[in-house]
Write a protein that binds this ligand. Structure first.
Ligand SMILES: Cc1ncc(C[n+]2csc(CCOP(=O)(O)OP(=O)(O)O)c2C)c(N)n1
Ligand SMILES: [Mg+2]
Length: 401
């Protein structure tokens, strides 16, 4: 983290705090340039060069991850990145209304998602396509949301993956309530216990909902992993403007553990999330994980990051690429050869072609579908609205529009 004190602690007599708090352009640039280092407190098992760093605390949580398992994690990341890039391109071609890129966050999402058991529950925000993939949600179903033909149609109970939440931080409250329910129903206490994980961004930590979730989860010992992907940006607002402290340290104020993991290290994300989930299963929750990562692309396809961040920052993060370090590790240790990497690439291209084909042929839903699945029980008010809307549309019958 940078030293945000530079603009949060005005010199005595420097004038009104509001004026002193405004950073100069030099301070902003200094702040932005410091975001690529996670600091000494960063938990890392694989360096950006693909070297394995031993860890007495976390190695036991990945003792089963042999070369074959690592190849699986590599494949997961390549596939979701390829699907992400294809979806981004399809938005540019007018086939999707909007896309929310995950580029750069593959390790945080695959590592944490693969740590979950089928009986666990995940509450995502809107960028967690990689987690969705690990929960068995069909990527094609996700694309319906972004083509605006669907509101998120997967069976969230079966997948243990809640619908996407766009309202920043709101899913943290949903997750807290769900985890409290797991506790009240006695599903916590041993290795077979259940746990919940919720995903949110660095910017979301400034929302009241996240604070309330922290408070309730703490006082009820809820089996909840708060998984914060600190991708350094909340649209155009850098993390430095969200907190004086590294985000993981906030947990201490609520009385539960907080840990910062290298979010571009899939092995560390897997290990740390398994550890945190284990704490929760045994009734020692909640836990906050700050996955220190970087949003390599725009916030969404409606955003232009060149207007607010420097390209050298992006270049620095390219050297910490989550996929490349696993590739380097596998290649160096004889865990995979070129034929394997080629085969995964071919598989990813095939996956992307199928997604493209699906999107181009996705039928428009009947207009009144927006009224279905709103309530569990039929609602006369909604039914009246549906009829009114259909009658309104009938008024256009025969016209060109
Ligand atoms: C309550 C609320 N306020 C504002 C917005 C607009 N908004 C959408 S994304 C976003 C930034 C979120 O940043 P962060 O939490 O870091 O998540 P990231 O997008 O980086 O994954 C904002 C302010 C919103 N969706 N909901
Ligand atoms: Mg962010």
């Amino acid at each position: 983290m940078s030293s945000p004190e530079q603009w949060t602690h005005p010199e005595p007599g420097a004038g009104p705090a509001a004026t002193a708090a405004a950073p100069t352009p030099e301070q902003v640039i200094a702040g932005l340039r410091t975001t690529s280092e996670g600091g000494a407190e960063l938990t890392q098992l694989l360096t950006p060069e693909g070297e394995r760093i031993p860890s007495a605390q976390f190695d036991p949580y990945v003792s089963d991850v042999d070369h074959e398992a690592l190849r699986g994690l590599y494949r997961d990341m390549v596939l979701v990145r390829r699907a992400d890039r294809e979806s981004n391109a399809m938005q540019r071609q007018g086939q999707l209304g909007i896309w929310v890129p995950l580029l750069g966050q593959e390790a945080a999402q695959i590592g944490s998602g693969r740590a979950l058991k089928p009986t666990d529950m995940a509450f995502p925000s809107y960028r967690e396509h990689g987690v969705a993939y690990t929960r068995g949600v069909d990527f094609r179903e996700l694309l319906g949301i972004f083509r605006c033909t669907d509101h998120g149609g997967w069976d969230f109970k079966r997948h243990g993956f809640h619908p996407y939440t766009i309202v920043i931080g709101n899913q943290v409250l949903n997750a807290t309530g769900y985890a409290m329910g797991q506790k009240f129903e006695g599903k916590v206490g041993d290795d077979d216990g259940e746990a919940t994980i919720t995903y949110f961004g660095d910017g979301a930590t400034s929302q009241g909902d996240v604070h309330e979730g922290f408070v309730w989860a703490a006082v009820y010992d809820a089996p909840l992993v708060f998984f914060c992907q600190n991708n350094q940006w909340a649209i155009s607002e850098p993390t430095e403007r969200q907190s004086r402290l590294p985000l993981y340290q906030r947990a201490r104020g609520y009385g539960f553990p907080g840990i910062r993991v290298d979010g571009n290290d899939v092995l560390a994300c897997l290990a740390v999330t398994r550890w945190a989930l284990e704490q929760c299963r045994h009734g020692n929750g909640p836990v906050l994980i700050e996955a220190f990562t970087y949003r390599m692309d725009a916030h969404t396809t409606t955003d232009d990051p060149t207007r607010y961040r420097l390209s050298d920052e992006l270049e620095e993060w390219k050297l910490k690429d989550p996929i490349e370090r696993v590739r380097a590790h596998l290649a160096r240790g004889g865990g995979a050869d070129q034929a394997f990497f080629d085969q995964v690439q071919a598989e990813a291209d095939q996956f992307a072609a199928e997604l493209r084909d699906h999107v181009f042929n996705m039928p428009d839903p009947p207009p009144d579908r927006i009224f279905s699945n709103v309530y569990a029980e039929p609602s006369p008010v909604l039914e009246a609205q549906r009829r009114e809307y259909l009658a309104y549309l009938d008024g256009f019958a025969g016209s060109e529009h």
